[in-house]
Design a protein around this ligand. Sequence first.
Ligand SMILES: [Zn+2]
Length: 133
Amino acid sequence: MLRLYHMYRGCMHEFSICQNLVDAIVNEVNAIQPLPKRLLKVHVALGHLRQIIPEYLQFAYEVLIKDTVAEGSELLVRTVPLEVKCRKCQWQGEIERQAFICKSCGSTELEMLTGMELYLENLEIEVEDAEGN
Ligand SMILES: [Zn+2]
């Protein structure tokens, strides 16, 4: 129990984000006609700069999908790298969060292209066949 308690404390950030995610998933699934038999997998894109730990997000997901249409489904997280464009020399590419400078000219005047996203990419669902199986 102690371990679980720490886990909860450690990922409150992920829990609040994940609640929004689960709400979005439930809405998506309920909008599919006919209603799918089962939700199998959920693919999510997560920006590198989001400071969300994928394992925590997955843990929160497991807890939050209980008693929803998403119960039993698996959350698959794809990390999107931090990509920038330099305003000085127009260099474009991937950088590390720790070193927010242009890899070509060293400028810090960077425009962020990717790295802040968090969105649903795909839902894998199981549907009933014509015989109702
Ligand atoms: Zn540059």
